[in-house]
Design a protein. Structure first.
Length: 401
């Protein structure tokens, strides 16, 4: 027999319920205190309907154990996951602050720089999970927590993820997730991998920049149809001040086929960061494709800005050729300057040595007197003499063999 959801002040599975943090389609999240450890936690109790599903129950316990082993600075740690009186629950670290969904209500949309910061942290968490074959399946603003103060982003609810390599634990015709952020293959009940989370992260990025998900429709059925059939809308239609390379990056992230998306969440984050840099996203007027943007490490990029790329002058030569000619010209100028410095230094050093030898010879001639000078002038005709002249202690010169 199932127990009713606990009320404020009651104790559930060793946790004292303090307040309600939020409600969702899969359950209710409470602020609770572990009575023995005196530690505050976010306690999520799943709906009774999910607990009645034996397949989901098995998956929940198994995947919670895997998620609890995931150690990453941007993943909300899981402390406990179990069943108590027929109710499935999961206890997680309590992150004091807000979530991205609430932030949208307060600010509507985020700046390009703040969006890039959040996405990079969430992408890092996803890549760590995907490395263990763990797919989140429900990446959405409500599951992205923002700590205050500091603004650090955390990804939560990994306990409801699916192990990608275990297809037998997926029910045909059903999916877990939120319609506004679900990948087409997730809607169709196909096998999933990390690229489903890449799609969902792309939807989150679109909402960060525009204030709404990409496929907002009046009904869930219409939204599902849009995910399956409609091309992704352009961010610049709402935010014309952003560079058009952002549209190209999101078009790749929201591709209908997983094979046409970025291969990892980190690749998407890198491409987005560079897309916010219009002067870096084009070379002599030629736009770099999103896949090329993703190949550039994020650590080598400066902070993003949001402005239109400068107009490029027209020329008969191709853009890429002009760029390489410019680089070659710079190299030639630098090499020529270096060579000139080396040659100039050699000439001055050589002339300096010659002047020094002449000066020493003149000084010796003046000290030795006229006779020494005469012998010195005729030394080339006395090649069989090892030493021409040597000054004695008295100051006179002697001619020696």
């Amino acid at each position: 027999m199932h127990q009713r959801q606990p009320e404020i002040g009651q104790t559930f599975a060793g946790y004292r319920i303090e307040s309600i943090l939020g409600r969702g389609g899969m359950g209710t999240v409470y602020l609770a205190t572990h009575q023995r450890l005196k530690r505050k936690v976010a306690l999520k109790l799943l709906t009774l309907e999910l607990a009645d599903d034996p397949v989901f129950r098995e998956r929940f316990i198994r995947e919670s154990q895997i998620a609890a082993s995931l150690d990453h600075p941007n993943v909300v740690p899981i402390y406990d996951a179990d069943e108590h009186d027929g109710v499935l629950y999961i206890a997680m670290r309590y992150v004091e602050g807000t979530d991205l969904r609430t932030l949208f209500v307060e600010k509507r949309r985020l700046s390009s720089e703040r969006t890039s910061q959040v996405v990079e942290q969430v992408a890092s968490a996803l890549d760590a999970a995907h490395a263990t074959s763990l797919v989140h399946r429900d990446v959405k603003p409500a599951n992205i927590l923002i700590a205050e103060p500091g603004g650090k982003a955390f990804l939560s609810d990994f306990g409801l993820a699916k192990v990608a390599t275990d297809g037998r634990m997926t029910r045909t015709g059903s999916f877990l997730g939120t319609v506004d952020y679900c990948a087409p293959e997730q809607i169709e009940g196909k096998p999933l991998d990390g690229r489903a989370d890449v799609y969902a992260l792309g939807c989150v990025i679109f909402e960060c920049l525009t204030g709404k998900p990409p496929f907002t429709r009046e009904t869930d059925v219409a939204a599902i149809k849009a995910h399956l059939q409609d091309p992704p809308p352009r961010v610049t239609a709402t935010r014309p001040e952003l560079p058009q390379t952002v549209d190209a990056v999101l078009a790749t992230a929201l591709a209908k086929s997983p094979a046409e998306r970025f291969g990892s969440a980190g690749a998407l984050a890198n491409a987005l960061r560079l897309a916010f840099l219009p002067s870096q996203a084009t070379v002599a007027g030629e736009t770099i494709p999103p896949q090329a943007l993703a190949a550039i490490p994020a650590a080598t990029l400066p902070h993003p800005i949001a402005s239109e790329p400068p107009a490029q002058p027209s020329s008969g030569r191709s853009p890429s050729r002009r760029w390489w000619l410019l680089v070659a010209g710079v190299i030639v100028v630098v090499a020529a300057a270096a060579l000139a410095v080396v040659l100039t230094r050699g000439i001055w050093q050589g002339s300096g040595r010659e002047r020094s030898v002449r000066s020493r010879t003149r000084i010796r001639r003046q000290a030795a007197g006229p006779r020494a000078a005469q012998l010195e002038r005729g030394r080339h005709g006395l090649g069989h003499w090892p030493r021409l002249a040597e000054q004695t202690e008295g100051g006179s010169l002697e001619l020696r063999r």
